[in-house]
Design a protein around this ligand. Sequence first.
Ligand code: SAM
Length: 234
Amino acid sequence: MSGKVFGVALGPGDPELITVKALNCLKKSEKIYYPATQSSKGNQDSFSLVILKQLDVEEKKFIPINVPMSKDRSHAVKAYADLFLKVQKDVEEGKQVSVVSEGDISFFSTFSYLLEDFRKNSVDFEMIPGVPAFILGGSVGKLPLVTQNDKLLVAPDLENKPELKALLAQNQTVVLMKISKVREWIKEFIEESKLQFFYGEYLGTEKQFTCTDMDSLRDRQIPYFAILIFYGNK
Ligand SMILES: C[S@@+](CC[C@H](N)C(=O)[O-])C[C@H]1O[C@@H](n2cnc3c(N)ncnc32)[C@H](O)[C@@H]1O
């Protein structure tokens, strides 16, 4: 049998939100590589592993891809280069293996960093999509993301209020992800603009918290696994 690597989307957190195709692929895979961040003290953290452990898949197949928490991108680049070599060897040995990502597999996903090497080296691969966090946000918030001719824009972090204002002038819905710089000014922006919004952290998990009012958001520390959906220009 010839080997193949699958990029498998796990969905946003709720283990029932993985697709049947993705789960079947994980069951058939001999190895399952998952991304994990590693702090300077050596502690490992992986949202993907939390999801994986709730699925009906053998834990002995799980292998972490440790990416050190650092602003220096060279650590991540090395981690992905090492992962590529491992996966290439697996495929050459005729194995079926998976590399997983939380949410969707082509949407801000680790798997994207491997594609160029797979293509250049003729490594056979396939991608299995999944539910991204912001799509779950639309359902949990019970607020349709878009209807009719609405335009939706997804922005990974923004520098300042004018930037968000400009995006909201051109789109009915703006989704903010990978929030870090935004933390410093977003609450002020919401107070000033009085726009309708949905805030969701750890969506689909036991730690899920959501709100649509400023009183609930005001004193909240916004974590990395959080999104904000703005319903503007309607
Ligand atoms: C590297 S991106 C991964 C996106 C993911 N592949 C997807 O399809 O949603 C990480 C960002 O996605 C968002 N995110 C992912 N999962 C989430 C969840 N369960 N709840 C809230 N936000 C989430 C956060 O904004 C986080 O900073």
